[in-house]
Design a binder for this molecule. Structure first.
Ligand code: BGC
Length: 876
């Protein structure tokens, strides 16, 4: 039977409150027959009491069908009905819905502010300083609770709340938290873009008096951000814009809009800060504040364009233990990001605390593994009796929690870790016969989830910042692990907004002022980091078929290349300028124009041989920038030339291809010796040079040999950082040495992926030896997804699943049982539906493949046989 499933609007299932003028719809089909294709579709969009809009086509297309009907009405629920016919003549129909948000002119609400105490700079000593010793109460502001009591006198048909804030907010209706989202309105560059949210609160209203209470805490707007904990990045005051619209069954309606009639109070929360932590005092009296209207305008306001931050997993506490120095410590068995919900039975006025950390010292002692402004300490003054408590406006990176002054009477079941993550649908499951690889895969997923809270971040405990390089290298993996189409589109929209005048893509998006000081040294960007601008959209196009993101980002990509071009052409390294040869050699002078080889960059950040596992050591990664930067320029152009081709920009394709040739020539001329060796003995430089095709054919073999020798001299261990690890195993396969790739994959000595697993990691570490082989733990992050980029290679090479056409409309399955595994299975929800690949290599090789409706698979068996199949399930 044919079925239509998963009807999405703007990449989301049933989005509430969208404002796209021409939303796009997608779906996928399932059928129990083979070789099924959609032959035509009919799509109807209709709201109650309105004329339906219908579009029909004889077409196989199921992705991104745009709405082109009459202007959509605001504040309206639309039903989408999709009817399809397949090549067997079978028909299927399914329904879904979306709801539009509020039009700008319909806001009757005023921005309101309270006269709360303002968060002030804590002056904790700048970059890489230890967490402040000062009492956060001195410098952080208590959240403001804005509230309004109103009366409902008639039966309610529907009620919607439209709201946003300066800060992060949530709300209750009659004391009940009716929505499960956290940290609204998410993090955007608030000076340029703010989103509002739409909530259905129909069921929360009661007849008679009702109370709406909206709590606004500092969040990214005015709280601590970044390493140094700079505050008030976007403004000093909590502000609220909220409009509640009640439609009654009798057809009338009523609007309750934020204005000076709202009350404002400070309640039990003493402070709530994303970096520092949260303090609740349940003995505190409520304090009234004054409310005034503020003129923040609506110019930069749009509807939310992605799914909210929610609780992704609830993790039970596995153990409570006493460490070597007497601390009571909770172990959740998993590094995660979020906070702890707990039940406590204490005395009135008893002050208890919770400090969060990701790893224990080798002797089992609780350890604070991060530097900077992050304090990760929550504190609670109890009211007495049994209480259930949880923070709401902060999150921490942790596995362990040190309990301070808790009552004796505690049990593991009193504590649950709530793992937060932006709601991106999980789309991939991987398992194989080697538990170590399964654990590595899970570690990547956990690190991804912990670092996709509102924006993609480097780490959830120290910086929580949108470092572009981290996502750049991880983008091929994230687009397979989850449906992050809306999530990444939203981040890239911010990237385009934050792009600087000269074309730089800032190294952090949103580019919070906190980071501009570091940014000044770096021209605000770095090779490999800024490249998120073309790499992430390209990966999204390949995985999701999202061509719009390429169109949207293309101008930014061109400006980014313009910036690099200018740097290459007009900035000459001192070494060259001082060399008389350079001045008399026309070729040298001419080719220099194609080398981006000046400025500060992060290079192959975190190269293990250059870093000692500390942040200060990490800074040495910068020393590896030579060659990494000019090599990346070639990559930037290669990806961009492909994008230009997809967009049909023929002239640009020609121009970029011509520049690629020049860059290659210059790179070879300046950096590659006659024998194929290079002046930098870093594995990563050889990887980039070989993988990007920067080396002439006749030098390739020796460069490849040199790379192998470096790996062998290093005890068959990798020595690559952020910029090159993604390509390491591919490069080894390309030079005909997949055996070395397997050796690195299965390596258990540091640095390696399985070393982390062997050392008990439950997430991906920031640096390969975060925990040194002698057991000593470093003050670094134990939750960075960057090195999890190996998953993409595992999917493509080990499982053998690669997209040939965007969105896996056509794909290849080419397993590599030589990798040493005997059983591998991947289930992947592609845009066309589930692709399942399962192979076994016990006595003989066998393969099972599930091919979704509307797609075609090219099967390449280890014996060289190939088959091309349409949808269905097949065994080989
Ligand atoms: C972050 C990285 C980031 C880097 C820049 C670090 O502090 O945690 O992941 O990319 O700075 O090199």
């Amino acid at each position: 039977m044919l079925k239509v499933q998963d009807i999405r609007t703007e990449y989301r299932l049933n989005p509430m409150g969208i404002d796209a003028e021409s939303p796009r719809f997608s779906w996928h089909l399932v059928s129990d027959k083979q070789n099924v294709k959609q032959t035509s579709y009919e799509l109807t969009v209709q709201a109650a009491g309105q004329e339906p809009w219908t579009t029909k086509a004889v077409s196989e297309e199921i992705l991104e069908i745009a709405y082109t009907g009459p202007k959509l009405q605001s504040r309206t629920r639309y039903t989408i009905t999709v009817t399809v016919t397949d090549n067997y003549g079978e028909q299927a129909t399914a329904e879904s819905w979306f709801e539009t948000g509020i039009a700008k002119e319909e806001w009757q609400a005023k921005w309101i502010e309270s006269d709360h105490k303002v968060t002030t700079q804590d002056g904790n000593g700048g970059l890489l300083s230890k967490p402040t010793k000062r009492d956060p109460e001195e410098f952080l502001a208590p959240p403001t609770v804005f509230s309004k009591v109103f009366t409902v006198g008639k039966p309610v048909a529907q009620a919607r709340l439209y709201a946003t804030a300066h800060g992060v907010y949530d709300f209750t209706v009659n004391g009940v938290r009716t929505d499960d989202r956290f940290l609204a309105p998410d993090f955007t560059p608030y000076d340029k873009w703010l989103t509002y949210q739409t909530y259905d609160i129909t069921d929360a209203l009661q007849s008679g008096d009702n109370k709406l209470a909206i709590t606004v805490a500092d969040g990214w707007y005015s709280g601590c951000v970044g390493l140094t904990g700079g505050v008030n990045s976007y403004g000093k005051r909590h502000a609220l814009l909220a409009q509640l619209e009640i439609r009654y069954e009798d057809g009338s309606s009523e609007i309750i809009a934020s204005d000076e009639s709202f009350a404002a109070t400070e309640e039990e929360i003493v402070y709530a800060d994303l970096y520092v932590g949260e303090k609740h005092d349940y003995t505190r009296e409520s304090k009234a504040l004054n409310v005034s209207a503020a003129d923040h305008g609506l110019d930069i306001l749009t509807a939310s364009d992605k799914d909210p931050v929610r609780i992704w997993r609830e993790i039970p506490c596995v153990e409570i233990f006493t460490d070597t120095i007497g601390n009571t410590v909770l172990d959740f068995g998993q590094v995660t990001a979020g906070f702890v919900r707990f039940t406590v039975r204490g005395e009135k006025g008893q002050v208890i605390g919770m400090e969060h950390g990701e790893i224990l010292k080798e002797n089992g002692e609780f350890f604070v593994n991060f530097e900077g402004a992050a304090r990760q300490y929550d504190e609670f003054v109890l009211s007495g009796g049994e209480q259930q408590i949880q923070p709401r406006y902060t999150f921490h990176g942790f596995r362990y929690v040190r309990l301070v002054n808790f009552p004796e009477d505690i049990r593991p079941e009193d504590f649950t870790a709530l793992a937060l993550s932006s709601d991106t649908r999980d789309t991939l499951q991987f398992e194989c016969n080697d538990p170590r690889l399964n654990r590595l895969w899970q570690n990547t997923v956990w690190s991804q989830k912990a670092n996709t809270i509102a924006i993609p971040t480097d780490c959830p405990q120290r910086e929580k910042a949108g470092w572009t390089g981290d996502m750049q290298v991880f983008s091929a993996t994230i687009v397979q692990n989850t449906d992050s189409n809306a999530f990444l589109s939203s981040w890239l929209r911010m990237m385009a907004m934050e792009q600087m005048k000269a074309g730089q893509i800032p190294m952090i998006i949103p580019y919070v002022p906190e980071y501009t000081m570091i940014g000044n040294f770096f021209d605000h960007t770095s090779a490999c980091w800024g490249d998120a601008v073309e790499v992430a959209p390209f990966r999204m196009y390949r995985a999701y078929g999202n061509k719009r993101i390429l169109e949207q980002m293309y101008p930014s990509i061109q400006r980014w290349i313009g910036f690099i071009e200018e740097k290459a052409a007009n900035h000459i390294p001192l070494k060259h300028r001082l060399n008389p040869k350079y001045w008399f050699n026309k070729k040298a002078k001419e080719l220099q124009k194609y080398l981006w080889n000046t400025g500060l960059h992060y290079g192959d950040w975190m190269v293990p041989s250059k870093t000692s596992g500390s942040m200060a050591g990490a800074a040495k990664g910068i020393l590896t920038k030579a060659l990494v930067v000019p090599a990346y320029y070639c990559y930037t152009l290669q990806i961009t030339a492909q994008i230009a081709e997809i967009l049909g920009k023929t002239e640009d394709v020609k121009k970029y291809r011509a520049t690629i040739e020049k860059v290659k020539e210059a790179y070879d001329y300046y950096y590659i010796r006659k024998d194929g060796t290079m002046p930098t003995d870093l594995q990563g430089v050889y990887v980039l040079t070989l993988h990007f095709g920067l080396i002439p054919e006749h030098k390739r073999e020796n460069a490849a040999k040199t790379l192998i020798k470096m790996i062998e001299d290093n005890g068959n261990r990798l020595d690559t950082g952020f910029a090159s690890t993604e390509f390491l195993l591919d490069t080894l396969c390309e030079i005909g040495r997949p055996d070395k790739a397997y050796e690195l994959l299965w390596q258990e000595e540091a640095p390696s992926w399985l070393y982390e697993v062997k050392s008990g990691a439950t997430s991906i570490w920031e640096c390969w030896d975060a925990k040194l082989p002698n057991g000593k733990v470093q003050t670094v992050s134990y939750n960075h997804y960057a090195y999890g980029c190996v998953d993409d290679w595992i999917y493509r090479h080990i499982v053998g699943l690669t997209a040939i056409e965007p969105a896996y409309r056509k794909f290849r399955v080419e397993p590599h049982p030589q990798c040493g595994l005997t059983h591998v299975k991947e289930s992947f929800r592609s845009p066309y539906g589930d692709i399942v690949v399962e192979w076994k290599n016990e006595d003989a090789f066998s393969l099972q493949v599930e091919v979704p409706v509307g797609t075609e698979a090219e099967i390449v068996l280890p014996n060289g046989q190939t088959h091309t199949v349409g949808s269905g399930t097949y065994s080989f």
